[in-house]
Design a protein around this ligand. Structure first.
Ligand code: MG
Ligand code: MG
Length: 248
């Protein structure tokens, strides 16, 4: 069942979303060669708790940290550890915060120092894919329109779209119905209605779409070990169109 949110509930979701946005904005500045993903995780948890929020990921199906940090060929769900980031890496940072009973979920991919033009382009196109998808969060559109817009842009640039992991509805739970694939047929899937809130999160690969999960049981990585990028926003459908709750 897709749970529609009232205007009051959307305001609460916007507060949680703003917290996520603020933390990601600050974290972005901390991404430099030599910093470890554990350092970033520690800073994020501190910032979340200071704002009075709860880091949603900690304990989610046993996940141990506040952030997911996915470096280079890692797609999503990387676990922060003591590896220092190196000049030229790209890192996906995924964060969710629960506040006042509602969850905000957002991810960015960030350059570490100076990166290659190819990595730069992958990041740019993945972010563009996110905004192409967001454009369809409108009354009367369908979930398949979102996925179609994302995959059309990614594949048009020669990239592939991860199939094994998808976006999702979001509200009191981080993962609600419907699933929001980053691919699909225009005009297919559940109808988008005012009050629906979707976490749209394209995962775009430089090489093939195939991914595997590492022995830690969490880290998703490209099979061909080529780069992957990930951007995500929590987006509400309103009468006036899409409202990006995790943007400030
Ligand atoms: Mg996320
Ligand atoms: Mg998500």
């Amino acid at each position: 069942m897709i749970i529609l949110k009232s205007p009051e509930e959307l305001q609460k979701m916007a507060t949680a979303g703003r917290m996520v946005a603020q933390v990601l904005l600050q974290l972005k500045e901390k991404v430099v060669p030599g910093v470890t993903t554990n350092d970033l995780n520690r800073m994020a948890e501190e910032m979340i708790r200071k704002q009075g929020g709860i880091p949603t990921f900690i304990g989610y199906r046993g996940f141990p940290k506040a952030l997911c940090t996915s470096v280079n060929a890692e797609v999503v769900h990387g676990i922060p550890d003591n590896r220092p980031l190196a000049d030229g890496d790209i890192i996906g940072i995924d964060l969710a915060v629960t506040n006042d009973g509602f969850v905000g979920d957002s991810a960015i991919t960030v350059a570490v120092g100076k990166i290659s033009p190819l990595a730069e382009k992958l990041m740019r196109v993945t972010r563009e894919c996110l905004y192409k998808g967001i454009e369809f969060v409108r009354e009367g559109k369908r979930v398949g329109d979102v996925g179609w817009a994302i995959s059309a842009h990614a594949e048009g640039e020669g990239y592939s779209v991860v199939r094994d992991f998808v976006g999702h509805g979001i509200g009191r739970q981080m993962h609600e119905e419907p699933q929001v694939p980053n691919f699909g047929k225009a005009g297919s899937g559940p109808r988008i209605r005012t009050g629906m809130v979707l976490a749209i999160e394209p995962m775009i690969n430089q090489g093939r779409a195939d991914v595997e999960v590492l022995a830690d049981g969490w880290t998703v990585i490209t099979k061909d070990r080529k780069l992957s990028a990930h951007f995500e926003h929590t987006v509400a459908c309103t009468e006036k169109g899409p409202w990006v709750l995790t943007e400030i």
